[in-house]
Design a protein around this ligand. Sequence first.
Ligand code: PFF
Length: 471
Amino acid sequence: MKQKVRSKRKETSMAQREHWTSRFGFVLAAAGSAVGLGNIWKYPHMAGSNGGAAFTVVYLICIAIVGLPIVIGEFVIGRRTQLSPVGAFDTLAPASKWKYVGFLGVASAFVILSFYSVVGGWTLRYTFMALSGNFAELAGNSALSSETFEKFVSSSWNPVFWHLIFMGLCIAIILNGVKSGIERWSKIMMPLILAILVVLVVRGITLPGGMEGVKFLFLPKFSDLTASSIVLALGHAFFTLSLGMGTMITYGSYLERGQNLLSSSLWVVAVDTMIAMLAGVAIFTLVFAMGADPAEGPGLIFVVLPTVFPQMPGGVVWGTMFFFLLFMAALTSAISILEVVTAYFIDQRGWTRARATFIFGSVIGVVGLFCSLSLGGFTDFKTLFNLSFFDFLDYASSKYMLPIGGMLTAIFIMKKWGIPAFLTELHEGIEGKFRIPVRAALVLLSIAAFVVFMIILNEIWAVITGHPLVF
Ligand code: PFF
């Protein structure tokens, strides 16, 4: 009986499911999910304080060894089942506990979007600040810039207002579905992101002293590279490629058969990596040319850059372009996170898209509101590990939920679905000479799962004993 219901659901899902209009649209949407705050905000400051090019080399190795196999794995699971994560695992392993990996993905999406959209709101507010010339008074004054930023994020309603607008935009895009929502907006925003970034890079490297920033980012300083920066690079590879919560399974489920998923995955990973590098160059050339502090850490974007832009000729334009770029990158990622939650309610619960998007977009909006208020606007209450609610959600998702989800996905392919079945699906649309042997797939997925297992173990060890296994 259950089997009958399941196959009926599968038939209707295949027949009615929306699909990407083209391979280009799919690659842009998936790259849009990958390219986000992780590339433009996190990567540059991580590289800046962990050995520049030395960190970049490790990061690239992690992307290739851990990231790429899991990106491919998620796309293949999605395309095979034509379902979002819970249904996908349930179809490939009926009546087993594997569907809980899908539920973990939906939960991670919920958690991540709650704080991600708060930062998305900050990018929007800083775009308007730049546009209206408000950075002028911060020129060269990082103490004032830091105070302005702190005051903004810890105030009550101002950041909540911007967060709600940001969530509203996500809901508006997702309401329009795969083709006219996600694909259409990714096709508009991704080329714009790239174009703005290229303009900013050219501006940066042509500023006197700008090339110092390029050297800072790309000349390896192996002395600054510690074991913990390697762990950091691994964790970041996961976050930046949107892995471990079924985003790529969901996007893969809107694919029709026959597309070469190996080359599409390579494209997505390449675009993500290239944008991270370009963002690093754009930011550090400015920072060096203007004599600001490159090792500022997470405050680099919201504290240092607003002091730098007004010192440049045409600073209003450059500043607005930069924050608008950051906002668009955050938005193309945020919609992919909301889509994971929405698709679950459409696929598994039979809800309409409008109902799922409105209800869960609003619920996430409310949770995000508490996230924002936890930074000081409402109360200073602390959660576990003395973290604010905001930091706790960030910590729980990026240190545990995503890596665990990614590791279980790799294990699922090897142990439950089986490499031969996985490769049969992957090889659809791939020429014979590019086909992957079973043994190679097994080795790659095992390495990916093992490496992620070590990251999680390291983190748990650090929590229990107070110091990590590797540091
Ligand atoms: N990849 C996004 C970034 O680099 O900002 C963040 C992200 C999006 C993480 C989607 C996870 C996800 F499912």
